[in-house]
Design a protein around this ligand. Structure first.
Ligand code: PLP
Length: 397
């Protein structure tokens, strides 16, 4: 699959070596069509949306709302007003945690999360004052669904779990997780930051109540994300932020709020980034999400096989159903040293706790080295990465 020419940054040289970019779980690179959409927006279309009577405002509004419908169909939401634009997954989860807790928390509340959540799906819930009940997982990185069932209590208000773990790569059984929660009358938020770029997401088939993700992890621009929520629930929730656009009528005594989705979109949104996100969705649909997944799975298998043969390599996250993330340690070497030496050879990986400190505590390690793959990576790059690991081994002793 030769898509590389569409990604200009992949021609970069790093320390005299061709860049091998394996930090895709942190952010993906952008195809030309996304870069050009941003450029063209600011050259020809820049205008504030929804409020203007003039041509540019009308055109920008139309393009912005087109992307909302595009995202609706991309994740198969029932209505376009169930798609709320935010700054990213983090803001989407903060929005739900803040508004949902104001509406439904009583002061003695529990939130079930998984033991493998990103800090973005832990801290917003802690800020509500709720007690977190983490679902344990096995050494391989598989959630214990029987233990999950036992976590429900009359105080459980919501379940919040990731679809794909950014550290272990596990694809969590979100359909089962939702079914079990709904049997207890509890709604479910799915953190989809790591899944939308790798799996076909159908929010109606999953049955979840909220689904949150970021544009920049799916070939789109930074600064834009999505909070999908079921219409009935969104109508129940109070606004997250106050300001322009989210109101219907304002007096000093009382304000009434706009309809969905505008109730949750206070202030000027990042219009150009939303339009860029539309091009990212076009890119993914033209390549085909199934083709992207098959290619990345092939790279993951190939890299996992190669890494398993390197003496002293330990892989974290070996669930049977996993995708695109390879976390590991080499002997007793500090992950940061491995990452720095790989960088000297042009290879970009991430090191540290990956915003998942509870996972590190679970394994009793300070962090891992994480290689993560995207559609433009190749088997040759994986070979370069494995050869580089062999090459730096003597320096790690
Ligand atoms: N959730 C998961 C699973 C992630 O991997 C990330 C980012 O790495 C986030 C949430 C936060 O995403 P963002 O920083 O784009 O808001």
């Amino acid at each position: 699959m030769n898509l590389r020419s569409q990604f200009p940054i992949l021609n970069t040289q790093v320390h005299g070596h061709p860049l091998v970019y394996l930090d895709n779980a942190a952010t993906t690179q952008k195809p030309l069509r996304v870069i050009e959409a941003l450029d063209s927006y600011y050259r020809t279309l820049n205008s504030n949306i929804h409020r203007g009577a003039h041509h540019l405002a009308a055109e920008a509004t139309e393009r912005y709302e087109d992307v909302r419908r595009q995202v609706q169909s991309f994740i198969n939401a029932r209505h376009s007003h169930e798609i709320v634009f935010t700054r990213g997954t983090t803001e989407s989860i903060n929005l739900v945690a803040s508004s949902f807790s104001k509406r439904y928390f009583t002061g003695d509340d529990e939130v079930i999360v998984s033991g493998m959540e990103h800090h973005s799906d832990i801290v917003p819930w802690q800020l509500t004052g709720a007690t977190l009940r983490p679902i344990p997982f096995s050494d391989e990185g598989v959630l214990d669904l029987e233990a999950y069932e036992r976590l429900f209590s009359p105080k459980t208000r919501i379940v919040a779990v990731n679809h794909v773990s950014n550290t272990l790569g596990t694809v969590n059984p979100v359909v089962d997780i939702v079914r079990i929660a709904h049997a207890h009358g509890v709604p479910v938020l799915i953190d989809g930051a790591q899944s939308v770029s790798h799996l076909k997401v159908d929010v109606q088939a999953i049955g979840c109540d909220f689904y949150c993700f970021s544009g920049h992890k799916m070939y789109g621009p930074m600064g834009v994300g999505i909070m999908y929520g079921r219409e009935e629930l969104l109508n129940e929730l109070p606004p997250y932020q106050g300001g322009g656009e989210m109101i219907e009528n304002v007096t000093f005594e009382r304000t009434t709020y706009n309809q969905l989705p505008f109730k949750f979109e206070a202030g000027t949104p990042s219009v150009g980034d939303v339009i860029g996100l539309g091009e990212a969705v076009n890119f993914m649909q033209e390549v085909g999400v199934d083709n992207i997944a098959a290619h990345e799975d092939d790279l993951l298998r190939f890299a996992t096989d190669g890494l398993s043969r390197i003496p002293g390599a330990r892989i974290f996250g070996t669930a049977p159903h996993k995708t695109t993330v390879l976390s590991f340690l080499i002997g007793d070497a500090h992950p940061y040293d491995v990452g720095t030496l790989l960088d000297q050879l042009g290879i970009a990986v991430r090191t540290g706790h990956h915003c998942t400190q509870p996972i590190m505590d679970r394994y009793g390690i300070p962090g891992t080295v994480r290689a993560s793959f995207a559609v433009y990576n190749t088997r040759e790059e994986v070979e370069t990465f494995l050869a580089a690991l062999e090459r730096i081994m003597p320096m790690l002793q």
